[in-house]
Design a protein around this ligand. Sequence first.
Ligand code: FAD
Length: 690
Amino acid sequence: AELDTLDIIVLAALLLGTIAYFTKGKAWGVTKDPYSSSFANANGSKAGKTRNIVEKLEEEGKNCIIFYGSQTGTAEDYAARLAKEGKSRYGLETMVADLEEYDYDNLDAIPNDKVVMFVLATYGEGEPTDNAVDFYEFIMGEDISFSEGNDPPLGNLNYVAFGLGNNTYEHYNSMVRNVNKALEKLGAHRIGDAGEGDDGAGTMEEDFLAWKDPMWAALQKKMGLEEREAVYEPIFGIVERDGLTPESPEVYVGEPNKMHLEGTPKGPFNAHNPYIAPIATSYELFNVKDRNCLHMEVDISGSNLTYQTGDHIAVWPTNPGEEVDRFLDILGLTEKRNKVVSVKALEPTAKVPFPTPTTFDAIVRYHMEICAPVSRQFLATLAAFAPDEESKAEMTKLGGDKDYFHQKVNIHHLNIARVLKSVSKGKPWSNVPFSALIEGVTKLQPRYYSISSSSLEQPKMISITAVVERQHLPGREDPFRGVATNYLLALKEKQNGEPNPCPFGLTYEITGPRNRYDGVHVPVHVRHSNFKLPSDPTKPIICIGPGTGVAPFRGFVRERRKQAENGETVGKTILFFGCRKSHEDFLYDKEWQEAKEVLGDKFELVLAFSREGPKKVYVQHRLKERSKEINELLEKKAYFYVCGDAANMAREVNTVLAQILSEERGIPEAKAEEIVKNMRASNQYQEDVW
Ligand code: FAD
């Protein structure tokens, strides 16, 4: 392991105890940043680190490894929480690991006094998350082979499994279900039930909490563990760096990695390394006072980023100043906000989820999901640091009583700072170790948007169509406002000439760290998707995209229009679009007319306005009205696409399509449902839903 000067300073500071070190928490947030050597080194990570799990467990003296397959950070977060709890309650030597970072052919060589946990999110159409693809392919493989060649192959392996899914999707929790089946088949021993959390029902957190206690009890029995009083032990040490100021060149004030710090960001741009892209144009799409929908053109010509029509763009948001202030304030950190600190993992397998040295302000503003829902378990952890007995009792109650928590916190969408403030009646929570916050507050996540431009038409300019998130909540004066979309709204205002944008009173560090985002830039990367036009442009397509679900279809229609302009023959395109009112939230009205002029009867727009007639009309009703034509097009192998709301619309469209096939073809509904399933399996039916 190489020790750089920073390491030595940090270690010395820790040893001498000349430290303001207050830490604890959750996110063994694993930041896999290949470029940010500075914090990787600060964590003592080794250059050629092993992909061998058995070796790693030995090396680190661990007996419990928690693998996560995570897309949006929740599975990673749960893995960290299990690690923390296993250690503090049962003295297990736990470590968290990204599935992507290990090989699996020696899973059978893990001794049976150890346990392997899998926390697996299911993504999209029953797919593994990006970081779990290789593992999934391996474990589901036909002729899988292991190093030891035991019989049964995984007879030695003890495992625990929890899945994160969404029941509104057809392949609910298929990752954990399939992996569990595969492991069982290979002779592995599961401890406790294979848990399933349901984001669709909004019960993910409670499902997790309800699953984990019986699992711990079973594990305790199996491994002969003794439960002890859980004492909080910080995972991160925080060292104040008196010699440094936020202006010092080595101090991160929001830069995502070292290249950005040095002012020389270069590709590949990806989930660990955003491109700071100029916003070329931006404008409002709605024609109504209290709701906003943004159209934004993001210029990627200065990067080596590429995209294809149907891909997603990820936007890296920053938190609004008002929430950053609220957070720092209630934790008694306002005066220290610009103090430079180094954060060091005190546990060798944990990784600091942001680069350091940095400031409290930068950590909270750029790296913590401070506005997100609060976990009940986290409130229970924080009870120990309450400023007075009354607050402690209240926190313990919130942490322990599901219904009380729901009433007091959940339904008002309170974030952590708002909860703390209301519990202590404004008294600062100065005793909370900062490590606890790093551990307990998830890492700020990029938000995805379905690209609404065509790569054929504009390969270096990406369009975003985003509705600005806002919810009025009972018993709350100010509405809940979404993090990324209000940040985008501020950027839009700036781009349109407002020097100090503050939509709805929210302000942002809009010029970014060291003003590097000035001139209206936004950090982004591209995620490739499977949501794609047929490779043969003459195939007909049926697109269902109400609301912002129309985003990728704007790209599809523009692509076909461009193809037609280039003299290609294109197949029929029917787009079902729905919104509330034709003169309020009808997106891209003019563009559809222009497309019609080029495409003629090859393009048809079918509209459903839900608040104009006596009865609510939605896209699925319009679809049903076109049964005959839809069936004929599908018989001609038309592709069928659905984008937008996963909770209701996508599911209803699926049901309606089965009804259409059943009626038009005179077959039983069950048979029609089977056909729809097969269409999905063969990619003739594609979804891009959220
Ligand atoms: P957030 O702050 O992330 O809030 C979002 C929701 O989370 C809230 O409405 C609320 O339900 C919940 N929430 C947040 N904080 C709390 C709290 N403290 N308590 C309780 N609940 C809370 N959107 C588009 O507009 N256009 C698109 O084209 C588009 N494409 C997408 C494609 C994909 C593949 C995916 C996954 C999503 C897509 N989205 C799209 C959605 C988008 O990614 C964002 O989720 C959306 O813009 C909201 O982001 P936000 O940061 O503004 O809101």
